[in-house]
Ligand binder design. Structure first.
Ligand code: VTB
Length: 333
């Protein structure tokens, strides 16, 4: 008996591709992990890029990199505009961060991941590599509970009220940077806990979607824009809320952004403006983190830990994989 399944038109990314994406980040993570703790940021990043690209090019997609390692002249591979995949298949946007947290990987510190997003063609914000002011909370709150144009204090008070707790019971995740000195002081004045991270704000934003597991209620502050778009893809799946505003504080940056299609430099992007269509996001741990375990190299087996988000169905899959001898050969080719 065949079931009558209605496939929504937004499901451009076939379900099988969701799992294919896992292979891509697994492979990049394994490659980078060989250089974990070696103090070689560039080499680890390059290993992840090479591995990711090789695997991406086996996928049955007509993909274009919209968020990548840079422009063609500054990045030999996975540059913005590069076509990836076999060319036969759905037209998709690709956003990659083959090694998010290169410094974390080089120092073997927690939170480094291999991550990418695949979305319906033309639906990911082609964000220039500038800073973005971001705010994010997990699912379950009324729409508009937080807003980039309100103060940190207002946002924390609103969130605490919605959660039925005191502001001091809210934990905020912030990148540890001098630019956040005032923000941190404002949050501390409310008695909140702050988890300061040195890098890796894609995971930082994703943490807000599972406060029970991570202890994080709110993300605040300024990180890189491309990371913001990838994080938005994951939130689109789970239903959290996020806003972002590009920081285009020089004429050069504004011009660069305009070339990439940004018409209003002051625009406050909503979650759906950052990642609009059907989107899938996969992340594999490189170093151990709160959510993902890093790659483990055993005598005969390589173990990877991946999370993959699919927006059209809201499915989150956790995939622990054991790659044995033959597959190892493929993984490390
Ligand atoms: C953040 C962080 C990244 O860049 O987006 C950060 O999450 C922002 O740039 O892991 P600065 O380091 O200049 O503050 C990373 O650290 C690296 O992409």
């Amino acid at each position: 008996m065949s079931e009558n399944i209605t496939v929504q038109p937004s499901q451009v990314i076939e379900r099988i591709l969701t799992l294919e994406l896992v292979r891509v980040t697994e492979r990049a993570a394994v490659a980078a992990s060989r250089l974990r703790g070696r103090g070689q940021e560039k080499a680890a990043d390059q290993a992840a890029v090479d591995a990711m690209r090789r695997e991406l090019n086996t996928l049955p997609i007509d993909g274009t990199v919209v968020i990548g390692e840079g422009e063609r002249d500054e990045a030999p591979m996975l540059f913005i505009g590069e076509r990836v995949g076999t060319g036969v298949g759905p037209k998709v946007d690709i956003a990659v961060d083959p090694l998010e947290g290169t410094t974390l990987c080089a120092k073997d510190m927690p939170g480094s991941i291999a991550v990418m997003a695949m979305a319906e063609g033309g639906t990911l914000l082609a964000a220039p590599d500038v800073y973005m002011n971001k705010i994010a909370v997990g699912p379950g709150y009324p729409p508009g509970i937080v807003d980039l144009d309100r103060s940190a204090e207002e946002n924390i008070r609103a969130l605490a009220a919605a959660k039925g707790v005191e502001p001091r019971d809210i934990t905020v995740l912030v990148l540890e940077r001098p630019r956040h000195q005032d923000l941190i002081a404002e949050i501390r004045a409310l008695g909140c806990g702050i988890r300061l991270i040195s890098d890796g704000d894609i995971m930082g934003i994703i943490f807000t979607t599972m406060p029970g597991e991570t202890g994080i209620d709110l993300y605040l502050g300024i990180g890189a824009a491309p990371e913001g778009v990838i994080a938005a893809g994951a939130l689109r799946c789970i239903g959290g809320q996020m806003q972002g505003r590009l920081i285009l504080d020089t004429p050069e940056k504004r011009e660069r952004a305009a070339k990439m299609g940004v018409q209003d430099p002051d625009r406050k992007y909503q979650l759906e403006d950052l990642a609009r269509g059907d989107v899938v996001v996969a992340a594999t741990g490189v170093t151990d983190g709160a959510l993902l375990q890093g790659v483990r190299f055993g005598p005969n087996v390589i173990e990877t830990d991946t999370i993959v988000y699919r927006a059209s169905t809201g499915t989150v899959r956790r995939i622990r994989a054991e790659h044995r001898e033959r597959a190892k050969f493929h993984l490390e080719r």
